[in-house]
Design a protein around this ligand. Structure first.
Ligand code: FAD
Length: 481
């Protein structure tokens, strides 16, 4: 893809603001500093071929990004500027563009994922070779990297004391919005945004999007959530209720600033707000943890569980992915993920636990599948969530506490409302039968288990004992070594 900029290289000095997982022009640390520089600011987004080339053509995230960029483009035009988009490897593209725009400094926000750290180091080196600078700013978290440590200056591996320290440290200045209203914008010739097809993706992917994209989309969701926040602690575990915020994609792509999100809940004036704030702190807990332990993206944190001998049956993995395990709550969850790119948090816990402790499949297989499908996929939270459910991570669920998918289903979807929405073949079953049709005393006459809906592929009690033995043996082995 080519960019239409005046050639040869622009003479007037500029600065470049490189947007990545921060697709907004409001309360944006890097943009604020770029605008403060006194030089005209040009904003760029790179469609990173090193990431996009490995994604399936129906990936829902690219549609979300494009819609968010469209909204950015409209806002930049109101400032008399344009969003530049390029397609390629940022390690080459950013220095080329900086050279073209005569930009001495490139401003961007920090990204703590292992691959992003490597990329930013390479871009920084490449810019330095041209005598230019990459300036990075903290933006996507309140506390980054090693800002919150134990008294012994060690990273936290347990959430509650981390949260206590986080709450003791936060000050009003930490959530003060960055002013992005003063400064000069680069007047640029009109830039056309690519469409999904040009990037190699299907237009239909957009129809899966449940969340409105862009900064405006985030503001709408935030406003809708504001009156609900006080009941969050009571409603958040019920997937059929509108109890949660649905803001995760916006926090992932930075169409919402974390400072604005935290400001909604801190200082907390209700149990609901305090519980929601806790979830935002979990996000930071996992981010700092991955930064300290990047190896946990690939391996279990607990040494005893690094080489658990999972049988890893391919046919069971396929049934789990397809929502065909015969366990209605798990199947409804997986179908929600496949259809929309979203899965409710309670269901992420149930379906992850089921994969590892009922189907005895390595948590990394599930983590990878979620990484492909989730609109809000975030490496730190996904790895953290999977290692929590698999009992292999920091501050994880103890291995002997195994979710019973039937009990969970009865508790958190008591009427079977959520199951009926995603598993329509069970719609005629009553609320007693729907959670475990094979145990029902009576089923509708027209319904045949095994024909209209699969019989359970495993027996929970049997698998539970196998899982307990597998973990116990690995623990004993470690102790003996
Ligand atoms: C196996 C598993 C995988 C997960 N993968 C991801 C992922 O890839 N990306 C992701 O953002 N979250 C992930 N989570 C955490 C959580 O499920 C989602 O953040 C949440 O469901 C998003 O919905 P929401 O925005 O309505 O959340 P809300 O309940 O409204 O919470 C507000 C925000 O807090 C953060 N948050 C909430 N719960 C958690 C949590 N347990 N850990 C970390 N942050 C949290 C999110 O940013 C979320 O948007 C995962 C959890 C599990 C158990």
């Amino acid at each position: 893809m080519s960019i239409s900029l005046p050639t040869p290289t622009i003479q007037t000095p500029h600065v470049l603001c490189w947007l990545r997982r921060d697709l907004r022009l409001q309360d944006h640390a890097a943009l604020h500093h770029a605008l403060q520089s006194g030089l005209p600011v040009a904003c760029v987004f790179v469609f990173d071929s090193t990431i996009l080339d490995s994604l399936p053509a129906d990936d829902v995230r690219v549609a979300f990004i494009l819609d968010s960029l469209q909204s950015l483009q409209e806002q930049l035009r109101q400032h008399g500027s344009e969003l530049i988009t390029v397609h390629g490897d940022p390690v080459q593209q950013i220095p080329l563009l900086a050279n073209h725009l005569n930009a001495q400094t490139v401003y961007a926000n920090e990204d703590y994922e292992p691959a992003a750290l490597t990329r930013d180091h390479a871009v920084s080196q490449s810019l330095a070779a041209q005598g230019r600078v990459l300036k990075l700013f903290k933006d996507q978290v309140i506390f980054a990297r090693d800002e919150i440590l134990t008294q012994q200056k060690q990273p936290y591996t347990v959430f509650t004391p981390y949260k206590r320290n986080w709450l003791a440290r936060i000050q009003p200045s930490d959530i003060q919005a960055y002013d992005c209203s003063q400064g000069q914008w680069a007047p640029l010739p009109a830039q056309a945004l690519p469409c999904l097809k040009e990037l190699g993706f299907h237009e239909e992917a957009r129809t899966k999007l449940l969340s409105p994209a862009g900064w405006q989309g985030a503001q709408t969701l935030l406003q809708q959530f504001e009156p609900r926040i006080h009941a969050y602690h009571e409603r958040r575990d019920f997937p059929a209720k509108r109890g949660v915020s649905y803001l995760a994609p916006h926090l992932r792509f930075g169409t919402l600033s974390i400072r604005q999100a935290v400001a909604l809940a801190w200082p907390s004036d209700s149990e609901g707000a305090a519980t929601w704030l806790s979830e935002l702190i979990w996000r930071e807990f996992y981010q700092q943890f991955l930064w300290h332990h990047p190896e946990t993206a690939q391996e279990s944190f607990k040494p005893a569980y690094k080489n658990l001998p999972f049988p890893n049956r391919d046919d069971w993995f396929q049934a789990w992915k397809d929502g065909q395990t015969g366990y209605p709550i798990v199947d409804a969850a997986m179908r929600q993920l496949n259809q929309s790119g979203y899965m409710h948090n309670r269901l992420r816990m149930i379906s992850a636990s089921f994969l590892v402790k009922d189907l005895l499949i390595d948590w990394r297989w599930g983590e990878q599948y979620f990484a492909q499908k989730l609109l809000d996929y975030d490496m730190a939270s996904n790895v953290g969530g999977w290692q929590w459910a698999a009992s292999t991570g920091c501050d994880a669920q103890p291995y002997f506490r195994i979710f019973n998918p039937i009990t969970q289903s009865r508790k958190f979807d008591p009427e079977g409302q959520f199951i009926r929405r995603y598993v329509p073949e069970l719609a005629s079953l009553d609320k007693q039968a729907i959670h475990a049709p094979w145990q029902a005393k009576q089923l509708p006459l027209a319904f045949r288990l095994g024909q209209h809906y699969p019989a359970p592929i495993v027996d929970h009690d049997t698998q539970r004992h196998l899982a307990l033995a597998l973990f116990k043996q690995a623990g004993e082995q470690e102790a003996a070594d």
